[in-house]
Design a protein around this ligand. Structure first.
Ligand code: NAD
Length: 368
């Protein structure tokens, strides 16, 4: 490598930064845990960096690409979601951007499942009871009961990578599964899951026969005991299947009053005012959220209403926050490793410099 590549990382992504330095890269890392102001990102890009490492907190659009005209060669995002990056602008400026799909799939799905279990079995409320010394007796139904997960019906909204991983986990809990995805139906996967469900009964592992099928959204909402959301944030006009406020007053009212909503996708997929109302007025039984319309969750969010506290779990965008998933240098295991490899591929011209062949580049269409 003859040229020294200059890279600015908007946050510390761990030991993978050393990997770049060992290759001779000049890497500057924004030292604060909070996101840098956009003006600083623009200033760094303007200074002539070759690569920019970003998180979902950084708005990357025409202003940034304009500042990097003639010098910026790649934006490497440490996340699978890239709704903070304006794809049309990146394409206009011919800047490839990469993401870290797949390596966080299982971690995110298992977290969604744990959130679902914690919500249904009221683990947060139950632990408070113990810690606050309010646990006075064992009783068949006092002070409250939770709801079983095993044997129930779940709707998986979005059957991409994480949705399919969630299906695997739910099948292990003998759940029936309703799938909804207007853009991608993996019928082969669904058939394989049905086969394993049938095998579990045939071999005496499960007592009841479970089922899985694709259905329209309204059927999924009306029939499910749990609804788990695994879609990207797609705003109006960005595709024919936008997901912005997919969960609003109308759709929440279609759910059963005994049903629970779990969202580990992106905050704006759920209209939070509508959800808070749905919980207050008991249109649904509960919700567990990992992502919010505005992050961190504002102090005055309606979701913090003490009246809905025991039915509303609030997690701090934590679903992929597991050690190997976040930090491993191995691009097949860790987001950091994959992020750095995506950057290297573009800067060092791997795959004969053909961006369309680089596995972690998202906006390949701009280079065809
Ligand atoms: P993916 O692209 O593999 O799957 C998304 C699926 O959603 C696709 O199959 C797509 O067809 C489907 N979809 C699109 N519009 C839809 C609609 N209107 N209704 C239903 N389905 C629709 O993506 P993935 O790797 O499974 O990740 C999904 C999202 O999860 C990411 O975009 C990201 O925003 C979020 N995520 C969050 C965390 C977290 O920490 N909470 C971690 C990882 C991913």
């Amino acid at each position: 490598m003859s040229k020294t590549f200059r890279v600015f990382a908007t946050c510390d992504i761990g030991p993978s930064i050393d990997l770049l330095r060992k290759r001779g890269y000049d890497v500057e890392v924004y030292p604060q845990p909070e996101a840098p102001p956009k003006s600083l990102i623009i200033q760094k890009v303007k200074s002539g960096i070759d690569g920019l490492i970003t998180t979902l907190r950084d708005p990357i659009d025409a202003e940034v690409f304009e500042a990097g005209k003639g010098s910026l060669k790649v934006v490497a995002q440490i996340a699978v979601g890239f709704d903070n990056i304006n794809r049309a602008d990146a394409n206009r400026y011919q800047i490839p951007f990469t993401n870290t799909a797949e390596v966080l799939t299982e971690a995110t799905a298992e977290f969604a499942f744990f959130m679902l279990g914690a919500l249904a079995r009221r683990m947060w409320t139950a632990e408070h009871l113990t810690r606050e010394n309010q646990w006075g007796y064992w009783h068949p139904y006092l002070p409250f009961l939770g709801n079983e997960v095993t044997g129930k019906t779940i709707a998986i909204i979005g059957t991409g990578r994480i949705g399919l991983a969630m299906i695997k986990k739910c099948a292990g809990f003998d759940m029936n599964i309703l799938c909804y995805d207007p853009a991608y139906q993996n019928k082969e996967f669904v058939t394989a899951i049905q086969d394993t469900m049938d095998l579990r009964v045939a071999r005496g592992i499960s007592k009841e026969k479970n089922w899985i099928k694709y259905v329209p959204l309204n059927d999924a909402l009306a029939q499910a005991d749990f609804v788990s959301v695994h879609v990207p944030l797609i705003r109006e006009g960005e595709s024919s299947t936008p997901t912005y406020h997919l969960f609003n007053e109308q759709s929440l009212r279609k759910m059963k009053s005994s049903a629970f909503l779990v969202n580990t996708s992106r905050g704006p997929v759920v209209d939070e005012n509508a959800l808070a109302k749905a919980l207050r007025e008991k249109w649904i039984a509960g919700a567990a959220l990992d992502v919010y319309e505005k992050e961190p969750l504002p102090a005055n969010s309606p979701l913090r209403d003490p009246a809905i506290e025991d039915r509303c779990r609030l997690l701090p965008h934590f679903a992929s926050a597991a050690e190997i998933t976040r930090l491993s240098n191995d691009p097949n295991k860790g987001m950091a490793g994959r992020c750095v490899q995506g950057l290297i591929d573009v800067l060092e011209g791997n795959y004969e410099g053909d961006v369309t062949k680089m596995p972690y580049v998202v906006n390949k269409e701009a280079f065809v």
